[in-house]
Design a protein around this ligand. Structure first.
Ligand SMILES: [Zn+2]
Length: 414
C-alpha cells in the first residue's frame, strides 16, 4: 500500500462517529447523544441509531453495528468492507476526501452519484430538524406561558383560597393557615377532547389547587393543577369521565415544563434539610406529621420519573412475580427500570436539589407497585447522592401512603 493511502486509511480510522454521521448526512435528533432514525440502507422507522457519547452505531434491521465511522459509512452506503475499493470509498466518505490512489476506486460517475445522495440526505435532515425543533420550541414556550398565566391568576392561600386549606386538611395534611407557594383558582376549566369543529371542550370547571414547578432560580416553569370537590370523599376530587369511553379521567394535570423542576410546598429552599416524594399530598401529610419543621423545605417532584431520573438500561431487571400480557395475551416477564441512574444525564432529566442540602429525606409511595417503587427510590438516592449528604428513604405502611395514614389517624382521634 502506498504511504499516501496508508495515511489516508489511518486518518479515516480516527474519525469519530459524530463526524462520520455528519459526513453521511445522518439525522441528529437533538436528544442528547442517541440519534435513532430509519436506516439509509435497510429502511424501517428507528432501526438505525448512532450514539455520539458511546461512539457507537448499530442497525437492528441489518444486524450490524460497531464503533467506527468507516463501518457505519459502509453500512449506510451499501459498501462491502472486504472489497478494497469499497473499503477505501468508505474511508473517503468519512474523511470527505478523495482516495489518493485513483486506480482502484469506483468510477467517477458512481462516486459523484453517492456524494449527491449523501448531500440530499443531509439537506433533508437539516430541513426536518429545523422544522421540528422550531415547532417544539414554540409549543413548549406557549405551554410555559399558559402555565405561568394559570399560576399568576390564582390567589395565594391565606386570606383567600380556603378550599385549598380545607382540601389538604381533609386529606390528612393538617391545618395550613397560609402557603407561600400553593394557590387557589375558584373556577378553572378542565379541557378534554375536541368538539366537531376541532375546538377543545371544557369538560368541567371548578375550584382547583395550583402549585408551581420551579427551576433553580425559583422561576415558575410549569404548574400542577388539582381539581377539588370537598363533597367527594375519600380523595375530595371530582370524578370526571371521558364522554366517549366512560373512562375515569385523572383529576390532576400538569402544564408547561415539569422535568428538572420541583413543586415547593412549605418552607424555604435555602434550608439544609429537604423532605419530599412524588405527590403533593404525601409531602404535605409528612410535613404536618413532623409539624412543619422550620429547618426544612418540603417539596414534591410531581411524579416518580422526575424524582428518580432515567435508569441505566443495563440495570433493568425482571419483576420477581408480576407478568405482563403481550399483544397475543401471553404473560411475559415484566421488566423494571433498575436502581442505577443512566450515565451522562442532563441536569433536566430529574428534579434539581440545591448543592447545600445535607439531608434529603425521600418519601416513598406505599400504594404504588412495591418493586418498581423500590428500584426508583434507590435510583433517586444514587442520583442525588453527594459527599456529606444523607439520603434516608421513608416508607409508609404497605398499601397506604402518608396522606391516607394521616387521614386514618385523624379519624381515630376524632
Ligand atoms: Zn441498516
Amino acid at each position: 500500500m502506498q504511504a499516501a493511502v496508508a495515511l489516508f486509511v489511518e486518518d479515516a480510522r480516527s474519525v469519530p462517529i459524530v463526524d462520520a454521521a455528519k459526513k453521511l448526512g445522518l439525522k441528529f435528533s437533538g436528544n442528547r447523544h442517541e440519534h435513532p432514525q430509519p436506516c439509509p440502507q435497510c429502511g424501517g422507522s428507528d432501526t438505525f441509531a448512532f450514539n455520539t457519547a458511546k461512539n457507537k452505531w448499530n442497525c437492528r434491521a441489518g444486524g450490524a453495528g460497531g464503533n467506527d465511522g468507516i463501518g457505519m459509512a459502509a453500512h449506510c452506503e451499501g459498501l462491502d468492507l472486504h472489497r478494497r475499493a469499497h473499503f477505501l470509498e468508505a474511508c473517503a466518505i468519512v474523511l470527505g476526501q478523495p482516495i489518493p490512489d485513483e486506480a482502484e476506486q469506483e468510477s467517477a460517475e458512481e462516486r459523484s452519484r453517492s456524494l449527491r445522495r449523501i448531500e440530499q440526505r443531509r439537506r433533508q435532515n437539516e430541513t426536518n430538524a429545523a422544522g421540528k425543533s422550531g415547532t417544539q420550541l414554540e409549543f413548549r414556550e406557549r405551554e410555559r406561558q399558559r402555565a405561568r398565566a394559570i399560576y399568576d391568576a390564582a390567589a395565594p392561600v391565606g386570606k383567600y383560597g380556603r378550599p385549598v386549606a380545607d382540601y389538604l386538611a381533609a386529606r390528612g395534611c393538617g391545618e395550613i393557615s397560609s402557603s407561600r407557594w400553593l394557590r387557589y383558582a375558584s373556577s378553572l376549566a378542565y379541557w378534554h377532547g375536541q368538539d366537531e369543529r376541532g375546538h377543545p371542550v371544557a369538560l368541567h370547571a371548578g375550584p382547583a389547587m395550583i402549585a408551581p414547578f420551579v427551576d433553580r432560580s425559583l422561576v415558575a416553569i410549569g404548574c400542577h393543577i388539582t381539581w377539588l370537590d370537598l363533597a367527594c370523599a375519600p380523595k375530595f376530587r371530582p370524578q370526571l369521565f371521558d364522554p366517549a369511553s366512560s373512562e375515569l379521567l385523572p383529576s390532576k394535570k400538569m402544564r408547561g415544563l415539569k422535568k428538572g423542576g420541583l413543586i415547593p410546598l412549605f418552607g424555604d429552599p435555602s434550608a439544609r434539610r429537604w423532605v419530599g416524594g412524588e405527590g403533593i399530598e404525601n409531602g404535605a401529610a409528612f410535613a404536618c406529621w413532623e409539624n412543619w419543621r422550620p429547618d426544612t423545605f418540603y417539596f414534591a417532584a410531581g411524579d416518580l420519573g422526575n424524582l428518580a431520573g432515567p435508569a441505566d438500561p443495563a440495570s433493568r431487571f425482571v419483576h420477581p412475580v408480576l407478568k405482563t400480557p403481550d399483544a397475543k395475551g401471553v404473560a411475559r416477564p415484566l421488566m423494571i427500570a433498575g436502581p442505577i441512574p443512566r450515565p451522562n444525564q442532563d441536569a433536566h432529566d430529574a428534579m434539581w436539589v440545591a448543592q447545600h442540602v445535607t439531608e434529603l429525606v425521600l418519601l416513598a409511595d406505599g400504594d404504588s407497585e412495591r418493586v418498581m417503587t423500590a428500584a426508583a427510590m434507590a435510583r433517586a438516592r444514587a442520583r442525588h447522592a453527594r459527599p456529606g449528604r444523607a439520603i434516608p428513604i421513608v416508607w409508609p405502611r404497605p398499601g397506604s401512603d402518608f396522606a391516607s395514614m394521616a387521614a386514618e389517624a385523624a379519624k381515630r382521634v376524632a
